[in-house]
Design a protein around this ligand. Structure first.
Ligand SMILES: C[S@@+](CC[C@H](N)C(=O)[O-])C[C@H]1O[C@@H](n2cnc3c(N)ncnc32)[C@H](O)[C@@H]1O
Length: 256
């Protein structure tokens, strides 16, 4: 049986399906709409069991999934959403031992997923021109103990990347078309560039620039994720959905 320890990141789900993500610390308290829970009473407890608030309300105690962790990212910028991150990881083929470069770091949601995926043998190099963004991303990574896999670099990528021969580069900033020369220098021959953009105008600009810079196998897509109400007798989609996050663009860099 797996039990919780001090320092673990845990997820509590209330009877009305509200989720709370927290790091267990000896003295802490969690205040919820259904009462208070003492951190101490949740340490050395088997995962997958029910704990109770001071009002006697039940909470299911679980280990959070990466999706729940990403949605809980402390943010100062728009983050990339898990539905897009999942496909980005596959499309860039990020796995144990990969070397990946990204800009900008922002709040570090993608950085977190990249660090998770590259494992202890991989490396993530993450650039942002704003030091305050990287401070927040560092905090988010440290919460998960993933900071050792990431080098955060404060720099405008106009000046280029320090890395060469990277497996993949991901650009999440408004004008990726301006940095394709820098991206090609950082990528290995045949390496994959990925980007996310909110408007079709920006996508058209990027696709044009990708062609000019000789990128091959260019792909543009968007992902729509529709959740369903989980009532077997009335199985149907939720009334509302997130209709738009961003367009995803990919291409392969070839050296001359
Ligand atoms: C939307 S945020 C990135 C969000 C991030 N992918 C996430 O999932 O949390 C865009 C970031 O790009 C940075 N940025 C914009 N232009 C840049 C440039 N030329 N060089 C470096 N960083 C830049 C901004 O400071 C901002 O923090």
């Amino acid at each position: 049986v797996r039990r919780t320890q001090a320092g673990d990141l845990i997820l509590l789900i209330s009877a009305d399906d509200k989720k709370f993500l927290l790091k267990l610390a000896g003295e802490g308290e969690l205040h919820t709409h259904q009462g208070i829970l003492q951190h101490e009473s949740m340490i050395d407890v088997p995962l997958g069991t029910v704990v109770h608030s001071h009002l006697g309300e039940p909470f299911l105690l679980l280990r959070p999934t990466l999706q729940e962790i990403l949605l809980n990212t402390k943010r100062k910028s728009q983050i990339i959403f898990p539905k897009d991150i999942g496909y980005i990881l596959l499309r860039l083929s990020i796995g144990p031992g990969s070397t990946v470069v990204e800009a900008g770091t922002g709040s570090g949601a993608l950085t977190t997923a990249l660090a998770w995926a590259v494992g202890p043998a991989g490396r993530v190099f993450s650039y942002d021109s704003r030091e305050d963004m990287q401070a927040l991303a560092r905090e988010n990574l440290e919460r998960l103990g993933l900071e050792g896999r990431v080098r955060l670099i404060v720099r405008d990528i106009e000046e280029g990347f320090e890395q060469r021969d990277a497996d993949a580069v991901f650009l999440d900033l408004p004008n990726p078309h301006d940095y394709l020369a820098q991206t090609r220098e950082a990528l290995c021959n045949g390496g994959t560039l990925g980007s996310i953009l909110p408007t079709t105008n920006q996508v058209a600009q990027l696709v044009r620039a990708l062609r000019e810079h000789g990128f091959q196998s260019i792909e543009v897509c968007e992902l729509l994720l529709r959740f369903y109400k989980t009532l077997p007798s009335r199985l149907r989609p939720e009334d509302r959905m997130v209709a738009h996050t961003g367009y995803l663009i990919f291409g392969r860099s070839l050296h001359e």
